[in-house]
Design a protein around this ligand. Structure first.
Ligand SMILES: Cc1cc2nc3c(=O)[nH]c(=O)nc-3n(C[C@H](O)[C@H](O)[C@H](O)COP(=O)(O)OP(=O)(O)OC[C@H]3O[C@@H](n4cnc5c(N)ncnc54)[C@H](O)[C@@H]3O)c2cc1C
Length: 413
C-alpha cells in the first residue's frame, strides 16, 4: 500500500514510522520541522482531568473522558501499543525512556516547578530529587533561559523538608562572547573536551547523598553523555526540561531521521501540500508546492498530521470560520462565542478555542456535522484533532503518538 503522510511533527513522524514497519511504501511530505524540536520530548499522556484535578493514573483517567476525546476513539489498547512502539524505537536508537500508563513521573522545569508527565528519558526522571540529602543546582556561565536562584526557591516548595539545596555555576569553556543556549552547551558536552570539562567542574561536589540538577545539556546524541556522567561521578544526575529550542526534542528528531534512513522512508522536506485530488469519497493524490513547480503525489492512503492552528493545518479564514487548509475539511468549534474562551488563561477549565479541530469517526477519518465520513482513505492525527485542550490537560505528545499509531494500523479498501 502506498501511504502519504503530511506533516513532520511527532504525529507525522510516528505515523510514517509505524506505516513503514507494517510494510507500506511511505512518503512523508513536510513544509517545516513541527513543534517537536521545541517541546520537552516528554510524552504527556494526561496530567489533568477537565476540572484540573491532577491525574495519578492516566489509564484510569482516560476511561472517564468524553466520547468526543481522541483517546476514547483510539482506545486504551491502542494507546498502550503506541507507547510500546515508541519505547522500543527510542531504546534501540540509544535514548531509553522510563514510564507507564499507571502512574506519573515528575520532571523539574528550569524554573523549579514540577511537571507531571508519563514517559521521559532516564536523565529527566525527577524521582531522585525526592531522595537526595543535598541537591546541587548547576548553572552554566552565560547560559540563557536557566535561572538557578528562581529554580531553587520554587523547588524547595515542592520537596520534602530537610533537603539542602546549593547553587553552583560551572564553566564549560564555550568559545565566543554571546549568550549560550542549551543546544550550544549540549553540543559542547558531546565533544570529549567538553565532557571532560563538565566532569572536572562537577567532581569536587560529588559526595554521598548529592543529586546534581542540570539544565538540559547532556548532549544531543541519545543518553551517551548521561550514562558516562553517572558512571564517573557515581551520583544521580537529573536534567530539567528546557525552554525552546529543546535539546531533548532534538534528540527525538534525530532518532526518527536515523530510523527513516535505516528503514527507507521517502522524506521530502520543505514541501507544502496545497490541495488534494479527489474522486468522489476518495483522495487520489495531493499536490505539493516545490521550488520550481507543483508535484503530484498519488497514494492509496493519506495521513494528515499538519498540526492544527499552531502548525498551519487549520486556519481561521474569517471570524467564526475555521477551515482545514488542504482538503477544506470542516473544523468543529464549541458553539456560542461565549464558550470559545474563558477569561482566566490558566484557569480551572479548558479553553474552548483550544479544543477546536477536525472531528472523526473511531478510525480517525474526518466526518461532517452529520457524522458521515468525508473521505474513506484519509486519516487525521495529532494536533489537527478536535475535542481536547492539550495545554490544559497535558496530552500533546500522547495524543500525537496514539493517533499516529491508530491511523497507521488502519487498512483501506
Ligand atoms: C512550545 C511547545 C511545547 C510543548 N511541550 C510539550 C511537552 O512537553 N509534552 C507534550 O506532550 N506535548 C508538548 N507540546 C505539544 C506537542 O508539541 C504537540 O501537541 C504534538 O507533538 C503534536 O504535534 P503534531 O505533530 O500534531 O503537529 P506539529 O508539531 O505542529 O507538526 C505539524 C507539521 O505539519 C507541517 N505542515 C503544516 N501544514 C503543512 C502543509 N500544508 N504541507 C506540508 N506540511 C505541513 C508542519 O511543517 C509540521 O511539520 C508542546 C507544544 C509546544 C508548541
Amino acid at each position: 500500500m502506498k501511504t502519504i503522510v503530511i506533516g513532520s511533527g511527532l504525529a507525522g513522524l510516528m505515523a510514517a514510522y509505524i506505516s513503514k514497519k507494517r510494510g507500506d511504501d511511505v512518503t512523508l511530505l513536510a513544509s517545516g520541522a513541527g513543534t517537536l524540536a521545541q517541546n520537552s520530548g516528554c510524552i504527556d499522556i494526561l496530567a489533568y482531568t477537565k476540572d484540573k484535578t491532577p491525574v495519578t493514573s492516566p489509564r484510569e483517567a482516560i476511561e472517564s473522558l468524553p466520547e468526543t476525546h481522541p483517546y476514547k476513539k483510539i482506545g486504551i489498547k491502542n494507546i498502550e501499543a503506541a507507547t510500546k512502539e515508541f519505547l522500543s524505537l527510542v531504546s534501540s536508537y540509544g535514548l531509553p525512556y522510563c514510564g507507564d500508563l499507571d502512574g506519573v513521573i515528575k520532571v523539574s522545569t528550569p524554573i523549579g516547578t514540577l511537571k507531571s508527565t508519563s514517559y521521559v528519558p532516564y536523565s529527566m526522571n525527577g524521582a531522585a530529587l525526592f531522595d537526595a540529602k543535598k541537591i546541587v543546582i548547576v548553572d552554566v556561565e552565560r547560559l540563557k533561559d536557566f535561572y538557578g536562584d528562581i529554580l531553587r526557591d520554587n523547588l524547595t516548595k515542592h520537596l520534602p523538608q530537610g533537603i539542602e539545596l546549593e547553587n553552583i555555576t560551572i564553566d564549560l569553556s564555550i568559545n565566543g562572547a554571546r549568550d549560550v543556549s542549551t543546544i550550544d552547551a549540549a553540543k559542547r558536552v558531546d565533544l570529549k573536551e567538553g565532557f571532560d570539562k563538565l566532569v572536572e567542574e562537577l567532581r569536587p561536589h560529588a559526595k554521598e547523598g548529592v543529586v546534581f540538577l542540570l539544565p538540559q545539556i547532556l548532549g544531543l546524541r541519545g543518553d551517551k553523555a548521561y550514562k558516562a556522567l553517572i558512571e564517573v561521578l557515581k551520583t544521580p544526575v537529573v536534567e530539567t526540561t528546557c525552554l525552546p529550542s529543546s535539546v531533548n526534542g532534538m534528540r527525538l528528531v534525530r532518532i526518527f531521521c536515523r530510523a527513516f534512513s535505516d528503514i527507507g522512508i521517502n522524506y521530502v522536506e520543505n514541501t507544502r501540500v496545497i490541495r488534494g485530488v479527489i474522486d468522489k469519497s476518495r483522495v487520489e493524490a495531493v499536490v505539493a508546492k516545490a521550488m520550481a513547480r507543483n508535484v503530484k503525489y498519488e497514494g492509496d492512503k493519506f495521513i494528515l498530521a499538519t498540526g492544527g492552528f499552531l502548525g498551519g493545518g487549520i486556519t481561521l479564514e474569517s471570524f467564526n470560520n475555521a477551515r482545514e487548509s488542504i482538503f477544506r475539511l470542516p473544523v468543529w468549534m464549541p458553539e456560542g462565542e461565549k464558550n470559545w474562551s474563558n477569561e482566566k488563561l490558566f484557569g480551572s477549565c479548558p479553553q474552548g478555542f483550544a479544543t477546536a479541530g477536525i472531528m472523526t469517526d473511531n478510525a480517525l477519518r474526518p466526518v461532517d456535522r452529520h457524522k458521515s465520513v468525508i473521505y474513506e482513505n484519509l486519516f487525521v492525527i495529532g494536533r489537527n484533532l478536535g475535542g481536547y485542550d492539550l495545554f490544559f490537560e497535558h496530552s500533546g505528545n500522547g495524543v500525537a503518538l496514539a493517533s499516529a499509531y491508530h491511523a497507521a494500523v488502519q487498512s483501506v479498501k
